[in-house]
Design a protein around this ligand. Structure first.
Ligand code: SF4
Ligand SMILES: [Zn+2]
Length: 93
């Protein structure tokens, strides 16, 4: 599973020290951006502290790393974009 090497979305419930701490995220959705669908604004913080998140599934079929709706990148990064969380490793085919 591709790991999330860094996530800059520090207000997400799964983020601690710019690392993602859920088991796996889903990327994509109906929007034009490659959004992290797992982003959650909630308190207190959640997730598993000794775990680094991975990409469980990705629906962004226009990305060159996407194969059969799965991510084949070695790792991804996630950042803020206009108030939401995006996969910045996205590369248009
Ligand atoms: S790199 Fe591409 S395939 Fe992988 S999670 Fe990001 S948008 Fe999806
Ligand atoms: Zn975006």
């Amino acid at each position: 599973m591709p790991t999330i090497s860094a996530c800059e979305v520090t207000d997400c419930a799964y983020n601690a020290n710019r690392q993602c701490h859920t088991m796996a995220v889903t990327v994509g959705g109906p929007e034009t951006c490659a959004r992290c669908d797992t982003y959650l604004h909630a308190s207190p913080k959640g997730g598993v502290s000794d775990m680094t998140g991975g990409v469980g599934a990705c629906k962004v079929k226009d990305c060159s790393f996407n194969s059969s709706f799965e991510c084949s990148a070695p790792s991804i990064k996630v950042s803020q974009h206009q108030g939401h969380a995006d996969c910045t490793t996205f590369k248009l085919r």
